[in-house]
Structure formats: C-alpha cells, structure tokens
Design a protein around this ligand. Structure first.
Ligand code: ADP
Ligand code: F6P
Length: 464
C-alpha cells in the first residue's frame, strides 16, 4: 500500500481487534472495534484517504499496513519492555493516576519516562512518513503527549491537533511531574489542544505561563512564534447506534429476560465500568451495603448488577483494586444474599454492544460514580438507550458528563451519605419526573453526539 494521507489519526491503539476468520479454518482477521471515536472519524478517514496510526495490541514486530472498512491502518510496534515501561508504566502508573486527581499515588520512574519518549518518537516518525504535504494530523490522548512537538519538528507544514480524553490536572498536581516542562512543550507542538472540560483547558493555559513563561491571552498561548489554542470539546457517543440497538425488539426481549433471570426484582441497579480505581466502584458498593444494613433497601426487591470489564491487569493498582472489589462483593453477598438471589451480581467480563444495551434497558437505576473521569461515556450511553424515557441516572459530580447531564441525580462520590441519598432518590423518583429528566438529557445528546464533537474540533483546527 503506497500513497500519503491528507488526514491522519495517531492514537495508542488501532481501532481494530484480531478475531478468528470464519472463512478460513484456523485463520485470523481484523475487525473494526466498536467505539464512538472510530465511528465518528470513519467518514472523514474514508473521504480523505485517511490513515490511522496505532499499536495493534500485542508485543513484537508490527504487521504491515492494511485496510479495514476503507481505513488505512498503520501499525506501530511495541516490544514487551516498552509495553511494561511506556504503556503500563509511564502512561498508566504515572500519568493516568496523576491526571485523575492522584486518587492512587502516581509512581515516577526515569526509565519509564525514557521509554515514553522513545515510543512517542516512533509514533511521530510514522506520522511524518504517512502525512501528505499540508495534511491534518490529529493526535489522541495521554499516551502520546510528546508527539505534537516531535512531529512539528520534522514536518512544520502540517496542521496538528491534539485531544486529551482524560482530565487535565490543576497546577499543584501537574507540577509533581518530573517531565512537566517536556510534556508542556510536547503538547504545545499542536495548533489546537482540545480538552473535555473548560476548566482543564484553563489549567493548561495557566501551566503554559507558569512552567514555560509563555504569554497567554484568553484561550491562546504564544509559543515559539506561533499561537496555540486550548479549548473544550466534550466528547460524546454515537447516539444513532444506541438508538438502533435500543429500538431492536430482540434487545427489548433480552432486557426482559435479564430481569427474569434476576428474579423479577422491583429495582435493578446497574454499574458498568472498566475495573479501574478512578470509577468509584468500591464506594458505590459500600453505599449499597450500608443501605441494605439500614434496611432502607432490601433483597430480593432490589438487586445490583456490577459489570467490571477487565483492564490493565498487569498494573499493580489494578490488581489491588480487583481484590478489594471482590472482597466487598463477597461480603455483601455473604451478609445479604439468599440461596439463588445474590444481592450483587458481579461480572468481570467484556460484553457485546447489544448485551450492554439490553442491560441499560433493563436497569431502573444506573450508577456512574467515578472519583474523577474525563467524560464517562457509559453515563451518556445509558441515557441514550432509554428511548422509553424510563430509568434514572445517579452521576458523580466529578465525571465530565456531569457538566452536560444536569438532570441526573448528581452526587459527590467521596461523600457516602450523599451517594446513598442520591441512590434512594433515584430508586423512589416519581415516574413522571424521571421521564422529564431523561427526555431533557436525551435532547441534549441528540444535538451533541460524537459526530458533532469531531466536526467541531476539526472545523476549529481548520480555521486556525
Ligand atoms: P473509559 O474510557 O475510562 O473506559 P468510558 O465510560 O468513557 O470509560 O467508556 C467506556 C466504554 O467501554 C463505553 O463505550 C462502554 O460501553 C464500553 N464498555 C464498558 N464496559 C464494557 C464491557 N463490560 N464490555 C464491553 N464494553 C464495555
Ligand atoms: O479513557 C481513556 C482510555 O485510554 C480510552 O481511550 C480507552 O478506550 C480506555 O481508556 C481503555 O484503556 P486501554 O487502552 O489502556 O486498555
């Protein structure tokens, strides 16, 4: 495959999964992974002969570039050491916890930072090779914060955008990072730096001044004779996809079946998260346990389903979290379950989009209570899946989604009494009021889906 692209996406992962090929016994093929980001960018990528640069997900040499669904995919290799240092180390044990309010202590290691630098340089190199003259390159997320500057150095002709999917911390936290100046310079290689929240963009502008002494004015930073803009572009979901799923009679039947399998509870409470310490899963379980202990909720009238997708399983903090969550689930079921009716159904598994949609449709109350989250798409998916305007959402004030979904039952996840109170209010909400709340949030999502997000960012980038 030859030819260069006028639009290039650079992300840690390629938007594909390797699956068995039904047409070739023992063969494997690539399939586009589900997800709003690739859905939103697919039309732009196809229209502009676009390329997506990313890691294919396993250690060792990268496969040759290939096409899936009209998108050119350009794999970048990572060896086992780099997975341990760049991905599990610097990305997920230093930056991830630091940017999420240090809810777990970030770990700083010089050899992780060195590997992060090397891998970022490899991604930048790949982008420099693939991008056509004057192309637009859109770099994604915290794993690749050095790429914009590295790429600009090789290809000053390019228009470079960067979007951070996770929170961007306030000065006091960011200043802990030994590589703080390097990361700021890395990001300032972009023309436009996008964040989930206005506050995050403001943190970035302040830091550019504080760390590098850049002159700033509003959302514009002057850096090396260029102007870099920082702004908020809250990401969203593919509302059309969720609509189609929620409308499908098979999924509605599956939702009813789930409730039957749960023993026809009066109230089904649902949590769906990656098993990550930022998601507040333990706090949520504890709130549920206390309500059972106080007799304000009872089993089998109420059951909780907690889906906890396996994630970053070799990272220590994640291993420790799994032990804590599973201990708490065991404790609740030991104290309040009955034969055949556990109080908490805990599922440490990945699910298809349709099974998730059925779970959303079945749940009376969805609990999304992260301690800190850039956006939280699960909250948006739940609202979009309730075309019947049923259900109620309990949402943490510390999820980016809380700035938009104001009609949710908002709570401070650190305040257990507040979580319990919001949960009870959601369980007992008057159905008319619940419908009103859902409809307002749904209207908002229809106008602000992921295609709108991608368009807004790329239009702004194009206008600079
Ligand atoms: P994060 O990006 O931190 O994982 P989000 O809530 O923003 O959190 O996005 C999670 C995405 O992963 C959502 O689109 C959700 O539907 C999907 N997801 C979550 N749990 C599962 C699961 N068990 N199986 C499949 N997909 C899941
Ligand atoms: O929300 C941040 C994020 O990196 C997403 O982009 C990604 O889908 C998710 O977390 C899972 O992370 P990982 O790629 O480390 O498995």
């Amino acid at each position: 495959m030859t030819g260069r692209s006028s639009f290039v996406v650079v992300a840690n992962r390629l938007p594909v999964d390797e699956v068995p090929d039904e047409e070739r016994a023992g063969g494997r093929r690539w399939r586009r992974s589900p997800g709003g980001l690739v859905t939103a960018l697919h039309p732009v990528l196809v229209q502009r002969d676009g390329t997506w640069i990313g890691w294919a997900g396993s250690a060792g040499p990268a496969p040759a570039p290939f096409m899936v669904d009209g998108i050119r995919l350009h794999p970048v290799p990572l060896d086992a050491d780099e997975i341990a240092r760049y991905y599990e180390g610097m990305s997920n044990s230093t930056i991830w916890p630091l940017y999420h309010d240090a809810v777990e202590p970030p770990i700083f290691r010089r050899r992780w930072a060195a590997s992060y630098r090397e891998v970022n340089a490899r991604f930048a190199e790949a982008a420099a090779q693939v991008a056509a003259p004057n192309a637009t390159v859109w770099v994604q997320d915290y794993q690749l914060q050095l790429v914009p500057a590295m790429l600009r150095q090789q290809r000053p002709d390019l228009r470079i955008g960067f979007f951070l999917h996770i929170p961007f911390p306030p000065i006091e936290l960011f200043m802990q990072l030994p590589q703080r100046a390097e990361i700021m310079r890395g990001l300032l290689g972009a023309d436009l730096v996008g964040f989930q929240q206005r506050l995050a963009a403001q943190n970035f502008v302040r830091l550019a001044h504080h760390v590098l002494g850049c002159p700033v004015s509003g959302s514009v930073i002057e850096y090396e004779d260029r102007r870099v803009k920082a702004a908020a572009f809250p990401i969203s979901i593919d509302v059309g996809e969720i609509d189609r799923l929620a409308d499908n009679p098979l999924i509605r039947t599956r939702a009813e079946q789930i409730r039957t399998e749960l023993g026809e509870p009066k109230t089904m409470i649902l949590g769906v998260d990656r098993l990550d310490y930022t998601k507040g899963i333990e706090h949520r379980l504890k709130a549920f346990r206390e309500l059972l202990a106080e007799g304000r909720l009872t089993v089998p009238e109420t059951v909780m389903v907690q889906v906890a997708t396996p994630s970053r399983e070799r990272v220590e903090h994640y291993q420790a979290l799994r032990v804590k969550v599973e201990r708490e689930v065991g404790r609740i079921n030991g104290d309040y379950g009955r034969v055949g009716v556990p109080a908490v159904h805990y599922l440490h598994q990945s699910y298809s989009r349709s099974e998730l949609a059925a779970l959303y449709r079945a749940a009376d109350v969805m609990m999304v209570t992260p301690l800190r989250d850039g956006m939280n798409l699960v909250a948006k998916e739940y609202v979009a899946a309730r075309a019947d305007a049923g259900g109620a959402l309990v949402l943490s004030e510390f999820a980016g989604a809380a700035s938009e979904l104001r009609q949710a039952f908002l709570c401070n996840p650190h305040d257990l009494d507040a979580v319990k109170d919001s949960l009870l209010r959601a369980v007992h909400v008057d159905p008319d009021e619940a419908r009103k709340r859902m409809s307002i949030m749904q209207r908002h999502l229809r106008r602000n889906d992921v295609a709108h997000w991608a368009r807004s960012f790329l239009t702004e980038l194009g206008s600079l």
